[in-house]
Design a binder for this molecule. Sequence first.
Ligand code: GLA
Ligand code: ZN
Length: 677
Amino acid sequence: MERTLNTRIMKVPRIFLHGGDYNPDQWLDRPDVLREDIRLMHLAGINAVSVGIFAWARLEPEEGRYDFAWLDEIVDRLRENGIGIVLATPSGARPAWMAQRYPEVLRCNERFERMHFGERHNHCLTSPVYREKVRQMDTELARHYAGRSPVLLWHIGNEFGGDCRCPLCTQAFREWLMDKYGTLEELNRRWWTGFWSQRYTEWSQIEPPSPMGEVSNPSMQLDWRRFETCQCASFIRMEREAVQAVMPEVPVTTNLMERFSDYDYFTLAREIDVVSWDSYPTWGSGDDLALAANVAMQHDLMRSLKRKPFFLMESTPSLVNWKPHNKLKRPGMHLLSSMQAVAHGSQSVMMFQWRKGRGGSEAFHGAVVSHDGRSDTRVFRDVAEVGQVLTNIQPVLDARNQAQVLILFDYENLWALEKVQAAQMGNMRYIDTVLLFYRSLWERGIAVDFADMENACPEKYRVVIAPMLFMFRGGIEEKLRRFTEQGGTLVTTFFSGIVDADHLTFLGDAPHGLTEVLGLRAEETDALYPGETNELVLDGQRLCLRELCELPREVTAEVVGRYGRDFYAGLPALTRNACGLGTAWYLAGKPDQEGVDAVMDRILAETDLPRADAGVEHRTGVVVTVRGDYLFVQNYSGEPQQVRINGPMWDLVGQRTVEGECRMPANGIMILKEERG
Ligand code: GLA
Ligand code: ZN
């Protein structure tokens, strides 16, 4: 029976989960260690662990012979000790016997070569054998644990990513294209194959994009990403259906990643009940404030994928082991970064990993319990502190993040910009451009939601920012026009409204469909060399512009700022156009953060958006984020800071009343709620 996600009743647990990846399968010969784990988990305030993520070789040691006995023991002990279970399907890594017997489960790389057994995530998502093996495994797992142990959440696979170019995927791609285009004629037209004699006369001539063959047709590249998204989505759906056929009430998730563009996460999110993600920022690398802005943006994006709270599924309690330089988290940073996730809507602080293994490539990755097995370490105390704070902030769980600003962030636009051969080749920096706007708002304590062009409901917001929307799809120009006419504030930029969803350029003036709304047309785009700058002259300030400068013509909009240099000095660089009841802004050149801040100050001065930091006076480096009635005051400046709290507030972290001058340590965090009389 097909059930839609909306009608299923999901019991997402109503507590903050605190725990992480637990791999007892690496310690089965050490029952003493496994017993000790439970004692230590209590000490660290752990209430949930993810088990079985890479346990396939233990769960099905040979084909068709399942062994759950070892996991039963673990699961029973966790249950008896009140520790919740996030149960993983082991599809993130397949056992050696399977790769040996069924080579088709292994991936082919971008040179069409079959990979060998090894590593993880190295499997074909199309292979019917792999899908069937996973389905059987998931079904067995669900049947075995239904009734035996409560499961909080299903953790489907692990960090889905990467492409396969095997014959099965190639064939599936062709079928996907047939389905989409119907005829080759239509495909040839929409892929613009008149170029370089690319015209296809048989479906079988089409191969996945590859450096061995066709790599520069942007329309094909887009379809390949859409196809890969579709394969991944249907794989996750298959897994979800397998486990929920047995445990319909248990929600499923899969752990997503930061700045990851293999798949359209808005599409994948439809296949899961709750979004979760893995966050590994390089704290302490010089500018924690900039880094925190990026992480905050990822959190808000994750919350926006389903417009509801998410889970932080992985983070490190101390360091990672896969960056060139693996720095320790500085004192306070584990609590601060964990609470940052909560501020943006997380329901959990989960970590990778509970205990360091003795071998394997992750033996030196941070963990709650290190090789010394001790609980009196700095890291262990940091983790226990987070456990304690999560207990103290339980009421925050019911507080919702609410935003009046929408930033459009669109994966198809991202793919298009990644591949387009124009302006700044291979370096259009879409995510960084979005981040410039995001950071301005975040530092000003203004909450933001994200949406893609398909899911966007601009009418629910007062301000919509559409940075660098190179592709217009799903009638976005109409939505934006209506939004502005009805009183909204629209902010657009350079390089917008140029191609359609097929990556074919619009014919006519750019930005497509918005020239009247903006009161101008964008005629040419100049690329600046690295280090080269122009200027945005705004209210007497000269703000640096880099990378891209677009030249608007026929400007009927009010000119707010002008270019300072080059042959286009004096041309409008920031404009404001009254349109219906609203206002449409256009920023022609790409400023640094300082410039975007100045532009946003100018724009925001005309709105009266609520600011979370209204009651807290602070200097740069301290950021205030709001979740419901709670203010998260976070110090990313790397040094102690004085802040001023206007009116008595209760600090849930310090468990005290704060008012007036307050000293925050470096990496300090307060979670404040107004004290009511
Ligand atoms: C990823 C994976 C984990 C682990 C961590 C290490 O997020 O999902 O299995 O490898 O990285 O940081
Ligand atoms: Zn394949």
